[in-house]
Each structure stands twice: as structure tokens, then as C-alpha cells.
Design a protein around this ligand. Structure first.
Ligand code: GLC
Ligand code: MG
Length: 557
């Protein structure tokens, strides 16, 4: 097998680990994960898992309303997590191990306690008034238009002092910034420069497609077919078509400028390519793909969230991946996820057996895989008693399944108290899973058939093969319902990935009279030559098969 080509930037050849800082590892006994905790676990990340980059959830001082997504100071660290000198130490240590750090960047809003907003709301004449989106009431005093907050209710909040409404796409404690204001744009670009100067390797741009809205503030039309526009119900927010409150055409100009800033850093230091990865939760791929930029001059990668819903069936996964593959312009690179801090855990959504198939899929697709912390050991959603709920969405719309705490619980390291996440006498900020004594890193490291062993093997194989990292992708149509089969090929080798999403054995007829070599099964119990005339897959089994080399290609229909 060949080493991945060096011309490929790290963010294409690597695996990104989505690290939820508050839940990863607590070093100081306050029950909250922190940067020193990450430092303690770097061996796990770089030696055991061998991921290539860490995306850290927000680490800045915040208003404490939305898990750090309500920033009060963009160029500092929340004391809960550490300080700037500790951040520098972490970054140096991460770089020493050839890992990278991606920071969350939150351009759509700040906290209502951010000094910028305090200034903005102090008077209509304040020079920072225009840094946020303010509008007059309608004649009857009602909100300027019908726009809705993501989490229910109007997206407008009345400010009695200056007698105008401000816009908040999310919580009312998260006022939206006005990117049409040049001074604001410059201030936010300076924030990015601050972290780039410190050596940060990339940005994960939060709510990337929300930052600019219709300047005429037109009403959104009603949404007659909510099931077509999102992959899961979002409640009241689904009652409108979001034509005017997000994804404005002018957004692209902002990302072109931001990309120029990153490219300039890369030009000055070509050995340090910087990444712009964006949260673009649009499910119309023709709309989604525009965030790469017409000349591939915007985001390096918008996340593709298609698998979140599609993972239910082989047919839906194939539809999503094939659609994404066919719409991507040459040179554009995909990026997939199975879950994140906003979604129910994959193991809870599809069950343990299917979660293994999902992991094999994620780590063998053409596109950068982003693995959510804990999914490598098959962590489940954790039930959160009412008294311990933290998530503002759940608190605002209780009992309807919007809460995001269940997927944000502490990492399960070993079988000690609190699963080794924090000291025994500390109170973890969210409860630990009940099965943490059995489901944890230490026990799975010792178990040759564990989810962790599977994840590590997949990452190892991906790294060792050019075909699996940057090779082409094509899927097969002549396979039984419930199965997904695709090929990844590079200049020297071809891999076949065959996934059985059903609870029954399946027989896949691929190529009469030819053989492949089965390198890895999701069941972790077989290896060896396989007959491709009829490949049999057990219930919920996925197989990674290496095919004949270039000159002896077998024909697959
Ligand atoms: C993004 C984040 C989510 C947050 C929201 C508002 O969707 O992923 O966690 O609540 O933006 O910042
Ligand atoms: Mg701590």
C-alpha cells in the first residue's frame, strides 16, 4: 500500500476528531473538562486513535447560556477551560505531535453580555449600534416581520430602552451581528487573525449560512412541506420557508474575503495550510454546494449533514453520497459526519450493530471524516434528569426531544468513579452514562472485538492507503435491497466496501470467478480470500475488501 500523497493538505487526508471540551477530561476537579485535561489525553488522540486534527468546541468566555456559543470575549479563554498561555502550550504540544487544532468561530451572533452588544444597545447613536441587526416595530408595535427563532417564538426581541427590536436567530441572549457593517466585519476578521497569529490551524464556522439576511426584512412564506426541507422536525421553525432570514447571496462575498485572509497566511507560510470548515445545514445540495465558492474560493469544506438522516437505510445513504459526488465541482472535497453536539448519538439512533456499519462508512468514504468524541467507543445518549438540564433549547421547548445534553455527557475513560472523567469527589457537569463501567476506553482497548478496536483499525487502514483517503468513489447498483457497495480506487489499488444494513444475511453477486481479500469485517472476526461471485454478509456486517491490483482488474458491474 502507498502512503497518501504529500501534495494533499492535512484536512483532506486526515481524520478530524470533534472534541467537546467541557466533557472530554477534567484536570482540576471542578467537574468540567478543560484544556489541561486534553493535554493529559493527547497520547490517546495521537497514539491510540491516531486522528489528525482536533476541532475544539467553543473555549471563549461566554454568557453561559448556549454552551459557549454565546461569546462575551472572542480573544480570550473561558477560565473554566484555562487561559491563553495554556492554550499556547496545548497548541505547541499538538503541533509537536503533528496534530492540528480547529477552533469554533461564531460569526452569526455574540452574547447579549458582549461589550459590543452592551455598547450597541446603549443608544441609537452609539457608533456600534449598527454592529447588530436593529429594526423599528411595525405600526401596531409588533415585531418587524414574521421571522422565527430556531428555538421557537419570534426572532425579534424588544429593547425598551432604545425602543427598537433586535434580531436573534437563536436564543434572545444571542443577538445577531450585522455583517453589512464594515466596522463589524473588520472587527471579526481581526478576531480570526488573532487566532491565526497564535498558530491555529483552522476554523469551524458556526451557523455559517445564517450571517446575512434580506436587508428589506421581507416576511418568510409558509412552508407547506416541512418534511422536504429538513432531515428532522425542528418544531415551529419548520412552519416557514427560510427564504429571507438566512443564506443571502451576499454571504458569499464575506466568505471570499475571509478565505483571502486565510490564503494570505498560507502564502506567507506554505507549510501551514489553514482550514475553513463551515456548518451549512442545508439539505438542497445545489444550494449547499455554493458554499465552496464559484471558483472554490470560499469554504474549503462545508460540512455535509446528509448522513445524519440517511444512515437509516442503505438506499438513502447511497442517494446522498451519489448526489453529493455528482454535484461537487472538480477539486471540491467533501466532509461527512455521523453526529455532533447537536444530534442524538449515532449508537442511540441506529443501535450498536448498525453504528459499526456507520463507522466503516464514515471512515471509507471519499471526504474528510469528522468523528464525534465518544462515538469511537459507541457511547449512547444519556438520560438527563430535569434538575440537571443545561441546554437552552430543551429549557425553552421542554419535553419535545430538542434537548442536546444527552449527547454531550462526559467521556468514558475507565471503570473508576465518573468513568475517569473527573476526580471521584467532583460533580461532573452532566451525568455519566449508566453503562460507563462496561463501555469505556480502557475496557475496549483490551477487547479485540470492541467498537474502539474497529475504529482504530479503520483509521489505520485509511491512513495507510491512498485509495481510501483520496481515491475515487463509485457505487454499485446491482446489489440486494438493504446493502450498500462501493469502490474506492487509487493509482495502485482498489478497495471494495460492502455494507449490510439489514438484520438478515445477504448475498452480493459482484464478479463471477474473481476473488478479493477481506481485510476487515465490522464483526472483527474474519480475514482472508473471499469469492466475489457470491459475497455473503452476515446481519449488520460491513466488509472492507482489497481487490486485485491495477493490471489484473476484475470487472464489476
Ligand atoms: C450551531 C451550534 C449549536 C448552537 C447554534 C447557535 O448550530 O452547533 O450548538 O446552539 O449554532 O450558536
Ligand atoms: Mg475542569
Amino acid at each position: 500500500m502507498n502512503q497518501p500523497q504529500h501534495a494533499v493538505p492535512w484536512w483532506q487526508s486526515g481524520v478530524i476528531y470533534h472534541l467537546y471540551v467541557r466533557s472530554f477530561k477534567d484536570s482540576d476537579g471542578d467537574g468540567n473538562g478543560d484544556l489541561a485535561g486534553i493535554l493529559q489525553q493527547l497520547d490517546y488522540l495521537s497514539e491510540t486513535l491516531k486522528v489528525d486534527a482536533l476541532w475544539l468546541s467553543p473555549v471563549y468566555p461566554s454568557g453561559g447560556i448556549d454552551a459557549g456559543y454565546d461569546v462575551t470575549d472572542h480573544t480570550n479563554l473561558d477560565p473554566l477551560f484555562g487561559d491563553l498561555s495554556l492554550f499556547d502550550r496545548l497548541l505547541a504540544e499538538v503541533h509537536r505531535r503533528a496534530l492540528r487544532v480547529i477552533l469554533d468561530f461564531i460569526p452569526n451572533h455574540t452574547s447579549d453580555r458582549h461589550p459590543w452588544f452592551l455598547a450597541s444597545r446603549s443608544s441609537r447613536e452609539h457608533p456600534k449600534r449598527d454592529w447588530y441587526v436593529w429594526a423599528d416595530a411595525q405600526e401596531d408595535g409588533s415585531a418587524p416581520n414574521n421571522w422565527l427563532s430556531h428555538w421557537g417564538g419570534s426572532a425579534w426581541e424588544w429593547d425598551a430602552h432604545t425602543r427598537q427590536y433586535y434580531l436573534h436567530t437563536f436564543h434572545k441572549a444571542q443577538p445577531d451581528l450585522n455583517w453589512r457593517c464594515q466596522a463589524l466585519k473588520e472587527a471579526m476578521f481581526a478576531v480570526v487573525s488573532f487566532w491565526l497569529d497564535r498558530g491555529m490551524d483552522g476554523l469551524r464556522i458556526d451557523s455559517a449560512h445564517y450571517i446575512l439576511k434580506d436587508p428589506a426584512l421581507r416576511d418568510n412564506p409558509p412552508n407547506l412541506y416541512p418534511e422536504l426541507t429538513a432531515y428532522k422536525p425542528l418544531g415551529e421553525y419548520d412552519s416557514q420557508l427560510h427564504l429571507y432570514d438566512r443564506d443571502h447571496a451576499d454571504t458569499h462575498g464575506i466568505y471570499r474575503d475571509l478565505r483571502r485572509l486565510l490564503d494570505e497566511y498560507e502564502r506567507l507560510d506554505p507549510h501551514h495550510p489553514r482550514l475553513m470548515l463551515g456548518e451549512v445545514s442545508l439539505f438542497d445540495w445545489s444550494q449547499w454546494v455554493t458554499y465552496y465558492g464559484a471558483a472554490l474560493d470560499e469554504l474549503h469544506m462545508p460540512f455535509n449533514f446528509g448522513l445524519l438522516g440517511a444512515i437509516r437505510t442503505a438506499r438513502e445513504v447511497r442517494q446522498v453520497v451519489d448526489a453529493v459526488e455528482s454535484i461537487l465541482p472538480a477539486g471540491a472535497w467533501p466532509c461527512y459526519v455521523l453526529g455532533n453536539h447537536d444530534e442524538s448519538r449515532i449508537a442511540s439512533r441506529v443501535g450498536e450493530a448498525r453504528a459499526r456499519i456507520a463507522m466503516m462508512l464514515l471512515l471509507t468514504l471519499r471526504g474528510t471524516p469528522v468523528v464525534y468524541y465518544g462515538d469511537e467507543i459507541g457511547m449512547h445518549d444519556v438520560h438527563i434528569p430535569a434538575s440537571r438540564i443545561q441546554d437552552p433549547w430543551e429549557l425553552r421547548v421542554p419535553g419535545q426531544g430538542f434537548g442536546r445534553d444527552p449527547e454531550r455527557t462526559p467521556m468514558q475513560w475507565d471503570k473508576s468513579t465518573h468513568a475517569g472523567f473527573c476526580q471521584a469527589n467532583a460533580l461532573p457537569w452532566l451525568p455519566l452514562a449508566e453503562d460507563a463501567k462496561e463501555c469505556n476506553v480502557a475496557s475496549q482497548l483490551a477487547d479485540a472485538s470492541s467498537m474502539l478496536t474497529l475504529t482504530r483499525s479503520l483509521i489505520h487502514l485509511r491512513h495507510s492507503s491512498t485509495a481510501l483517503t483520496v481515491g475515487s468513489y463509485s457505487s454499485f447498483s446491482q446489489v440486494p435491497e438493504g446493502c450498500l457497495v462501493y469502490e474506492r480506487s487509487g493509482p495502485h489499488e482498489r478497495w471494495l466496501i460492502a455494507l449490510n444494513f439489514t438484520n438478515e444475511e445477504q448475498f452480493i453477486r459482484l464478479a463471477e470467478g474473481s476473488h478479493g481479500y477481506l481485510v476487515l469485517s465490522t464483526h472483527l472476526d474474519r480475514q482472508g480470500a473471499v469469492d466475489l461471485s457470491v459475497l455473503s454478509l452476515r446481519a449488520n456486517e460491513g466488509c472492507l475488501i482489497v481487490m486485485e491490483i491495477q493490471d489484473q482488474r476484475v470487472h464489476l458491474s
